[in-house]
Design a protein around this ligand. Structure first.
Ligand SMILES: C[S@@+](CC[C@H](N)C(=O)[O-])C[C@H]1O[C@@H](n2cnc3c(N)ncnc32)[C@H](O)[C@@H]1O
Length: 318
């Protein structure tokens, strides 16, 4: 396993969005999703005056990118943490404010490619799906123990699966016979449970259920929901944040936080907008930016990416 297999997504655009904030000596940039260190390495080499703090919940990712970033010495500080712990991490490091933050949400190529981690529906593997294998419930435990209504909610909300009830009925029937341990049995069950018409659209019929389980196992949406406002709160005035999301649920959360920060919250009709109602953020992207056709042709995992950026323009006034 080398640390170079994950091709960093929309790399030039991320660097460009963060650049104006990272030129000054002493600038701190946080990569909240270190992964295999592709974006982090580019940040360190492009902005020689900046110091990097990088987080990941996956210890294997930290080990591999630690080797990759070793040449940068103490300019890089790698921390095993969930990204919504960012304020505590910065506190422990004695860093009050940062100039840049990057989130590259979702699963890394390493996690997808290592069959035994159980993220991929295309290979038979234990149904694990935990990004941090030292904590929390596996996908198999979720499938075997959650109430049927809860499973339906998860498949609908996190997988946007229209056939959630049908799939969950089949799961509940099967798990009473024998608990789930491996992905192949779940994939086969989903294929058998779906009507012909539903199987003809949208690629592998197990895709949405796997996405939903992964989001539930890793608490992904609640983590993002807490982490983006915390990251905006950690930015110094003039600091910039860039977020890459890979499905509409995540992207919607990012959009909401940025839009709320960029809004003027004054009651209508005020002739002059007092400071406390003025926006804290300036949007750097119009809507979400997408990867180019050329990038997608070279790296198909970039296809669903949605990039948004914002700049902190004002302190919060109490
Ligand atoms: C898409 S990968 C990042 C790839 C990286 N930008 C690169 O170029 O190599 C996402 C990484 O975020 C990590 N991750 C996902 N959710 C996390 C969370 N809540 N807290 C910390 N890390 C998380 C995953 O373990 C994974 O390694």
């Amino acid at each position: 396993m080398t640390a170079t297999r994950h091709v960093p997504v929309m790399l030039d655009r991320c660097l460009h969005l963060l650049a104006p904030a990272l030129a000054e000596p002493g600038a701190v940039v946080v990569d909240c999703t270190l992964g295999l260190g592709g974006h982090s390495e580019a940040l360190l080499s492009t902005f020689p005056a900046a110091r990097l703090v990088a987080l990941d919940r996956d210890k294997e990712a930290l080990r591999l990118s630690g080797e990759r970033l070793a040449p940068y010495g103490d300019r890089a500080t790698l921390v095993h943490a969930v990204y919504d712990e960012l304020p505590d991490v910065l506190d422990r490091l004695g860093i009050p404010r940062v100039q840049g933050v990057l989130f590259d949400l979702g699963v890394s190529s390493m996690q997808l490619d290592e069959a035994e981690r159980g993220f991929a529906y295309a290979q038979d593997a234990p149904l694990d799906m935990r990004m941090d294998q030292s904590a929390g419930m596996s996908a198999a435990e979720v499938l075997n123990t959650y109430a049927p209504g809860e499973l339906v909610r998860i498949l609908r909300a996190y997988g946007e699966e229209k056939q959630a009830k049908r799939i969950v009925s089949a799961i509940v029937r099967e798990r009473a016979v024998e608990p789930f341990t491996n992905s192949a049995r779940l994939v086969e069950l989903i294929r058998d449970a779906l009507p012909q018409a539903a199987k003809r659209t949208g690629g592998n019929p197990a895709k949405r259920t796997f996405q939903a389980l992964r989001i539930e196992v890793n608490g992904e949406l609640s983590s993002v929901e807490a982490a983006i406002p915390a990251a905006v709160g950690a930015l110094a005035v003039g600091g910039r944040i860039a977020v890459l999301a890979y499905h509409s649920l995540e992207d919607r959360l990012v959009k909401q936080v940025f839009a709320a920060g960029a809004a003027n919250t004054a009651p209508p009709g005020l002739p002059v907008v007092p400071e406390q109602y003025q926006p804290r953020l300036r949007l750097l992207t119009r809507g979400a930016e997408l990867p180019t056709e050329t990038e997608i042709a070279e790296n198909r995992r970039a296809a669903p990416a949605r990039l948004r950026g914002a700049e902190r323009i004002r302190e919060a006034v109490r």
